[in-house]
Design a protein around this ligand. Structure first.
Ligand code: OAD
Length: 235
Protein backbone atom coordinates (compact mmCIF):
# COMPACT_ATOMS: atom_id res chain seq x y z
CA UNK A 1 0.00 0.00 0.00
CA UNK A 2 2.77 2.50 0.93
CA UNK A 3 4.62 1.87 -2.34
CA UNK A 4 1.45 2.33 -4.38
CA UNK A 5 0.64 5.51 -2.48
CA UNK A 6 4.07 6.96 -3.31
CA UNK A 7 3.75 6.10 -6.99
CA UNK A 8 0.35 7.79 -7.16
CA UNK A 9 1.59 10.89 -5.35
CA UNK A 10 4.59 11.28 -7.65
CA UNK A 11 2.87 10.48 -10.97
CA UNK A 12 1.93 13.24 -13.40
CA UNK A 13 -0.03 10.88 -15.64
CA UNK A 14 -2.47 8.35 -14.22
CA UNK A 15 -4.97 6.16 -16.05
CA UNK A 16 -7.64 4.13 -14.30
CA UNK A 17 -9.66 1.20 -15.66
CA UNK A 18 -12.81 0.32 -13.73
CA UNK A 19 -15.25 -2.58 -13.97
CA UNK A 20 -18.47 -3.64 -12.30
CA UNK A 21 -16.74 -4.21 -8.94
CA UNK A 22 -16.29 -0.46 -8.39
CA UNK A 23 -20.09 -0.16 -8.24
CA UNK A 24 -20.63 -3.29 -6.11
CA UNK A 25 -20.64 -1.30 -2.86
CA UNK A 26 -23.33 0.94 -4.35
CA UNK A 27 -25.54 -2.15 -4.54
CA UNK A 28 -25.13 -2.99 -8.23
CA UNK A 29 -24.54 -6.63 -9.11
CA UNK A 30 -21.35 -7.56 -10.99
CA UNK A 31 -21.46 -9.91 -14.00
CA UNK A 32 -19.37 -12.87 -12.87
CA UNK A 33 -19.04 -14.38 -9.40
CA UNK A 34 -21.63 -15.97 -7.07
CA UNK A 35 -24.35 -13.30 -7.41
CA UNK A 36 -23.29 -12.06 -10.83
CA UNK A 37 -25.81 -11.16 -13.53
CA UNK A 38 -24.45 -13.85 -15.86
CA UNK A 39 -25.24 -16.51 -13.23
CA UNK A 40 -28.97 -16.06 -13.70
CA UNK A 41 -29.19 -14.55 -17.16
CA UNK A 42 -27.83 -15.87 -20.43
CA UNK A 43 -25.77 -13.18 -22.20
CA UNK A 44 -26.61 -14.65 -25.61
CA UNK A 45 -30.34 -14.07 -24.95
CA UNK A 46 -29.96 -10.52 -23.62
CA UNK A 47 -26.75 -8.88 -24.74
CA UNK A 48 -26.14 -9.66 -28.40
CA UNK A 49 -27.40 -8.03 -31.62
CA UNK A 50 -29.08 -11.36 -32.47
CA UNK A 51 -30.97 -11.41 -29.16
CA UNK A 52 -32.27 -7.91 -29.86
CA UNK A 53 -33.28 -8.82 -33.42
CA UNK A 54 -35.12 -11.92 -32.12
CA UNK A 55 -36.92 -10.31 -29.19
CA UNK A 56 -36.41 -6.55 -28.74
CA UNK A 57 -39.10 -6.35 -26.04
CA UNK A 58 -37.39 -8.98 -23.86
CA UNK A 59 -34.01 -7.26 -24.21
CA UNK A 60 -35.54 -3.88 -23.44
CA UNK A 61 -37.34 -5.28 -20.37
CA UNK A 62 -33.97 -6.45 -19.04
CA UNK A 63 -32.36 -3.03 -19.64
CA UNK A 64 -35.42 -1.30 -18.20
CA UNK A 65 -35.02 -3.42 -15.05
CA UNK A 66 -31.30 -2.60 -14.87
CA UNK A 67 -32.04 1.11 -15.33
CA UNK A 68 -34.51 0.99 -12.45
CA UNK A 69 -31.92 -0.76 -10.20
CA UNK A 70 -29.23 1.77 -11.21
CA UNK A 71 -31.56 4.72 -10.56
CA UNK A 72 -31.85 3.69 -6.89
CA UNK A 73 -28.05 3.52 -6.35
CA UNK A 74 -25.69 6.23 -5.19
CA UNK A 75 -21.96 6.65 -5.87
CA UNK A 76 -19.78 5.07 -3.16
CA UNK A 77 -16.44 6.19 -1.66
CA UNK A 78 -14.52 4.55 -4.53
CA UNK A 79 -16.31 6.66 -7.17
CA UNK A 80 -15.75 9.76 -5.05
CA UNK A 81 -12.05 9.01 -4.50
CA UNK A 82 -11.52 8.72 -8.28
CA UNK A 83 -13.27 12.05 -8.87
CA UNK A 84 -10.96 13.57 -6.25
CA UNK A 85 -7.87 12.04 -7.90
CA UNK A 86 -8.93 13.62 -11.20
CA UNK A 87 -9.01 17.04 -9.52
CA UNK A 88 -5.46 16.52 -8.19
CA UNK A 89 -3.69 15.22 -11.30
CA UNK A 90 -3.53 17.10 -14.61
CA UNK A 91 -2.73 14.02 -16.68
CA UNK A 92 -5.66 11.90 -15.58
CA UNK A 93 -7.88 9.56 -17.59
CA UNK A 94 -10.68 7.37 -16.28
CA UNK A 95 -11.67 4.46 -18.52
CA UNK A 96 -14.75 2.52 -17.51
CA UNK A 97 -16.44 -0.64 -18.73
CA UNK A 98 -19.47 0.26 -16.63
CA UNK A 99 -22.74 1.33 -18.18
CA UNK A 100 -24.08 2.95 -14.98
CA UNK A 101 -23.49 6.68 -14.47
CA UNK A 102 -22.09 6.49 -10.95
CA UNK A 103 -18.64 7.86 -11.86
CA UNK A 104 -20.20 10.96 -13.44
CA UNK A 105 -22.58 11.38 -10.53
CA UNK A 106 -19.56 11.35 -8.19
CA UNK A 107 -18.01 14.19 -10.21
CA UNK A 108 -15.73 12.43 -12.73
CA UNK A 109 -15.42 14.27 -16.03
CA UNK A 110 -12.38 12.97 -17.90
CA UNK A 111 -14.02 9.67 -18.74
CA UNK A 112 -14.13 7.18 -21.55
CA UNK A 113 -17.06 4.75 -21.71
CA UNK A 114 -15.83 1.60 -23.43
CA UNK A 115 -19.17 -0.22 -23.25
CA UNK A 116 -21.64 2.68 -23.63
CA UNK A 117 -24.36 3.63 -21.16
CA UNK A 118 -27.75 2.25 -20.18
CA UNK A 119 -28.88 5.87 -19.99
CA UNK A 120 -28.39 6.49 -23.69
CA UNK A 121 -30.50 5.23 -26.59
CA UNK A 122 -29.57 4.90 -30.26
CA UNK A 123 -32.08 4.97 -33.11
CA UNK A 124 -31.98 2.02 -35.50
CA UNK A 125 -33.28 4.31 -38.25
CA UNK A 126 -31.65 7.76 -38.04
CA UNK A 127 -28.81 6.61 -35.68
CA UNK A 128 -29.34 9.57 -33.34
CA UNK A 129 -28.01 8.97 -29.81
CA UNK A 130 -29.82 10.56 -26.90
CA UNK A 131 -29.72 10.69 -23.13
CA UNK A 132 -32.88 9.16 -21.67
CA UNK A 133 -33.46 8.81 -17.93
CA UNK A 134 -37.13 7.86 -17.92
CA UNK A 135 -37.75 5.02 -15.44
CA UNK A 136 -39.64 2.87 -16.28
CA UNK A 137 -39.68 3.23 -20.04
CA UNK A 138 -43.19 3.05 -21.41
CA UNK A 139 -44.04 1.73 -23.97
CA UNK A 140 -41.42 -0.96 -24.56
CA UNK A 141 -39.63 -1.10 -26.91
CA UNK A 142 -39.27 2.69 -27.20
CA UNK A 143 -39.31 4.46 -30.57
CA UNK A 144 -37.56 7.50 -31.99
CA UNK A 145 -39.40 10.60 -33.25
CA UNK A 146 -38.43 9.40 -36.76
CA UNK A 147 -40.59 6.31 -36.14
CA UNK A 148 -37.82 3.67 -35.96
CA UNK A 149 -37.11 1.55 -32.88
CA UNK A 150 -34.52 2.62 -30.31
CA UNK A 151 -31.88 0.31 -28.84
CA UNK A 152 -29.80 0.76 -25.69
CA UNK A 153 -26.54 2.56 -26.62
CA UNK A 154 -24.40 -0.15 -25.05
CA UNK A 155 -21.85 -2.51 -26.56
CA UNK A 156 -23.15 -6.05 -26.91
CA UNK A 157 -21.13 -9.24 -27.29
CA UNK A 158 -19.85 -9.48 -30.83
CA UNK A 159 -19.95 -5.72 -31.39
CA UNK A 160 -16.89 -3.50 -31.75
CA UNK A 161 -16.05 -0.93 -29.09
CA UNK A 162 -16.62 2.72 -30.01
CA UNK A 163 -13.57 3.66 -32.07
CA UNK A 164 -12.78 7.01 -30.48
CA UNK A 165 -13.05 5.65 -26.94
CA UNK A 166 -10.85 2.65 -27.63
CA UNK A 167 -8.19 4.74 -29.38
CA UNK A 168 -8.14 7.29 -26.55
CA UNK A 169 -8.01 4.51 -23.93
CA UNK A 170 -5.03 2.88 -25.66
CA UNK A 171 -3.31 6.25 -25.80
CA UNK A 172 -3.92 6.79 -22.08
CA UNK A 173 -2.59 3.28 -21.32
CA UNK A 174 0.56 3.95 -23.35
CA UNK A 175 1.18 7.33 -21.71
CA UNK A 176 0.39 6.50 -18.07
CA UNK A 177 3.09 6.40 -15.42
CA UNK A 178 0.63 4.66 -13.10
CA UNK A 179 -2.26 2.49 -14.27
CA UNK A 180 -4.91 1.56 -11.70
CA UNK A 181 -7.18 -1.41 -12.38
CA UNK A 182 -10.21 -1.54 -10.14
CA UNK A 183 -13.07 -4.02 -9.81
CA UNK A 184 -12.72 -5.89 -13.07
CA UNK A 185 -12.25 -9.62 -13.62
CA UNK A 186 -9.95 -8.77 -16.58
CA UNK A 187 -11.87 -11.39 -18.56
CA UNK A 188 -13.36 -9.27 -21.34
CA UNK A 189 -11.24 -7.98 -24.21
CA UNK A 190 -10.23 -5.52 -25.53
CA UNK A 191 -10.64 -3.72 -22.17
CA UNK A 192 -8.55 -6.40 -20.43
CA UNK A 193 -5.66 -5.66 -22.79
CA UNK A 194 -5.27 -2.07 -21.54
CA UNK A 195 -3.30 -2.88 -18.36
CA UNK A 196 -1.02 -5.12 -20.47
CA UNK A 197 -0.41 -2.22 -22.86
CA UNK A 198 0.38 -0.01 -19.86
CA UNK A 199 2.81 -2.62 -18.50
CA UNK A 200 4.59 -2.91 -21.85
CA UNK A 201 5.00 0.85 -21.90
CA UNK A 202 6.59 1.02 -18.47
CA UNK A 203 3.64 1.96 -16.25
CA UNK A 204 3.38 0.87 -12.64
CA UNK A 205 0.22 -1.22 -12.51
CA UNK A 206 -1.81 -1.31 -9.30
CA UNK A 207 -4.81 -3.60 -9.03
CA UNK A 208 -7.61 -3.37 -6.44
CA UNK A 209 -9.95 -6.34 -6.14
CA UNK A 210 -11.22 -8.58 -3.32
CA UNK A 211 -10.17 -11.56 -5.46
CA UNK A 212 -7.14 -12.36 -7.58
CA UNK A 213 -7.76 -12.07 -11.33
CA UNK A 214 -6.06 -12.95 -14.61
CA UNK A 215 -4.03 -9.75 -14.18
CA UNK A 216 -2.93 -10.10 -10.56
CA UNK A 217 0.35 -11.94 -11.16
CA UNK A 218 1.45 -9.34 -13.71
CA UNK A 219 0.45 -6.27 -11.65
CA UNK A 220 3.24 -4.58 -9.66
CA UNK A 221 0.96 -4.23 -6.64
CA UNK A 222 -2.19 -6.21 -5.89
CA UNK A 223 -4.32 -4.67 -3.13
CA UNK A 224 -6.84 -7.22 -1.95
CA UNK A 225 -10.15 -5.83 -0.72
CA UNK A 226 -13.18 -3.73 -1.60
CA UNK A 227 -12.49 -0.58 -3.64
CA UNK A 228 -14.73 1.58 -1.44
CA UNK A 229 -12.40 0.92 1.51
CA UNK A 230 -9.01 0.67 -0.19
CA UNK A 231 -9.17 3.57 -2.65
CA UNK A 232 -9.80 6.30 -0.05
CA UNK A 233 -6.87 4.86 1.99
CA UNK A 234 -4.66 4.80 -1.06
CA UNK A 235 -5.35 8.40 -1.99
P1 OAD B 1 -17.05 -8.86 -13.66
O1 OAD B 1 -18.34 -9.22 -13.04
O2 OAD B 1 -16.47 -9.79 -14.66
O3 OAD B 1 -15.95 -8.66 -12.53
C1 OAD B 1 -16.20 -7.86 -11.41
C2 OAD B 1 -14.96 -7.85 -10.56
O4 OAD B 1 -15.19 -6.99 -9.49
C3 OAD B 1 -14.56 -9.22 -9.99
O5 OAD B 1 -13.19 -9.45 -10.24
C4 OAD B 1 -14.82 -9.06 -8.49
O6 OAD B 1 -13.92 -9.81 -7.69
C5 OAD B 1 -14.62 -7.56 -8.32
N1 OAD B 1 -15.29 -6.96 -7.15
C6 OAD B 1 -16.41 -7.37 -6.51
N2 OAD B 1 -16.69 -6.53 -5.49
C7 OAD B 1 -15.74 -5.58 -5.49
C8 OAD B 1 -15.49 -4.43 -4.69
N3 OAD B 1 -16.27 -4.09 -3.64
N4 OAD B 1 -14.39 -3.68 -4.98
C9 OAD B 1 -13.58 -4.00 -6.01
N5 OAD B 1 -13.79 -5.06 -6.80
C10 OAD B 1 -14.84 -5.84 -6.56
O7 OAD B 1 -17.23 -7.38 -14.24
P2 OAD B 1 -16.34 -6.63 -15.33
O8 OAD B 1 -14.93 -7.03 -15.25
O9 OAD B 1 -16.70 -5.21 -15.27
O10 OAD B 1 -19.63 -6.21 -20.75
O11 OAD B 1 -16.96 -7.24 -16.65
C11 OAD B 1 -16.49 -6.80 -17.89
C12 OAD B 1 -17.62 -6.80 -18.89
O12 OAD B 1 -18.25 -8.09 -18.92
C13 OAD B 1 -18.76 -5.86 -18.56
O13 OAD B 1 -18.52 -4.54 -18.97
C14 OAD B 1 -19.89 -6.46 -19.35
C15 OAD B 1 -19.69 -7.90 -18.97
O14 OAD B 1 -20.22 -8.83 -19.85
C16 OAD B 1 -20.63 -6.06 -21.61
O15 OAD B 1 -21.79 -6.12 -21.28
C17 OAD B 1 -20.16 -5.79 -23.01
Amino acid sequence: MAQARDWLREASSIAVLTGAGVSAESGLPTFRGPNGLWRNHKPELLATPQAFADDPKLVWEWYDWRRSVHSKCEPNPAHRALAELERRVAGFQLITQNVDSLHERAGSQRMLHLHGSVWRTRCLGCAEEKWNDQVPLDPLPPHCLCGAMLRPAVVWFGEPLPEHELRAALEAARGAQVFLVIGTSSAVYPAAALPRVALENGARVIEINPERTALSDAAHVFLQGPAGELLPQLL
